[in-house]
Ligand binder design. Structure first.
Ligand code: CP
Length: 302
């Protein structure tokens, strides 16, 4: 594998190979070994055409920990602002001999287009509403740490499924690993093509979705992608689909609550519950670092 564009490139063998590398780095790093030389002499460029805190920072830090040189590019501070197109931007970066291009773009399919045109390894850090493969990997690794396996696990994904690249990558990966998936949200935020997703249950009733689940993933309402009205107000959405103390009781007692972040506090999850004892949101962020270290190493292994 030269690139990681979609979780659909992974079979179980490749997934567990990345998981082994993830565990190796996590264990050694948390034991105080904070510098490696696995990527010494390699260079990484991170062109981000959309905003990010977690993904960009962890990819950059992961590269630095492994010994690579890393350069960040924000579209808003680059020649994109002067009208340079994606193709010319990427060919320019390739000419500088970067080994890895870690890119985020607002257009679905953008990373695939780039990967087909350059020799560098390309990692999709989120392309429009299409996929976010490393988020799905870190979500799966976090679940594996908590539950031991995804086989037969009951997982609900709740919220703005329509605009969510995290939902798509999570669904493909979790189904491959044997999970039972329920999707839930307002009808307007459930895409019409859902029947092709091979999920086990689709509902607009959050109480039904939460009932007896091992894992519940709340998705951010992506206001920046919503060019029409999908629900009346954020307050109404929160009342109908937000997590509150009463709804937590519907989830299994040992069930965990996840969110890819950033959270709209008081919309998807009541503010006082965001870092509560049932959520693993910050563990997801921590695992994001080791996941991205593992993905670099995996792609170098070929
Ligand atoms: N989960 C995620 O992609 O967060 P960022 O947008 O902050 O990278």
């Amino acid at each position: 594998m030269k690139d990681l564009i979609s979780v659909r490139q992974l079979n179980k063998e490749k997934f567990f190979e990345i998981y082994e590398i993830f565990k190796y780095y996590k264990k050694r790093y948390l034991n105080g070994e904070t510098k490696f030389s696995d990527l010494r002499g390699y260079s990484i460029v991170l062109p981000f055409f959309e905003n990010s805190t977690r993904t960009r920072t962890s990819f950059e830090l992961a590269g630095k920990i492994l010994g690579a040189d890393t350069i960040n590019i924000s579209a808003s501070a680059s020649s994109v602002k002067k009208g340079e197109n994606l193709y010319d931007t990427i060919k320019t970066l390739e000419a500088m001999q970067f080994d890895f291009i870690v890119m985020r773009h607002y257009m679905s399919g953008a990373s695939k287009i780039v990967a087909d045109k350059v020799k560098s390894h390309v990692i999709n850090a989120g392309d429009g509403a299409n996929e976010h493969p490393t988020q799905a990997l870190l979500d799966a690794f976090t679940i594996l740490e908590k539950k031991g396996s995804l086989e037969g696990l009951k997982i609900a994904i709740i919220g703005d499924i329509l605009h969510s690249r995290v939902a798509r990558s999570d669904i493909f990966l979790f189904k491959m690993l044997g999970a039972n998936i329920t999707l839930c949200g307002p009808k307007t935020l459930l895409p019409r093509c859902l029947s092709s997703f091979d999920v086990d249950n689709i509902t607009t009733d959050i109480n039904e979705a939460l009932m007896d689940k091992d894992v519940v993933i709340f998705l951010r309402i992506q206001l920046e992608r919503q060019n029409k009205v999908f629900f009346s107000t954020l307050n109404e959405y929160s009342i109908k689909y937000g997590l509150n103390q009463e709804r937590i009781n519907l989830i299994r007692k040992d069930g965990i609550i996840m969110h890819p972040g950033p959270v709209n506090r008081g919309v998807e999850i009541n503010s006082e519950l965001v870092y509560g004892d049932r959520t693993v949101i910050l563990e997801q962020v921590k695992n994001g670092l080791f996941t991205r270290m593992a993905v670099y190493r995996f792609l170098l292994n070929g």
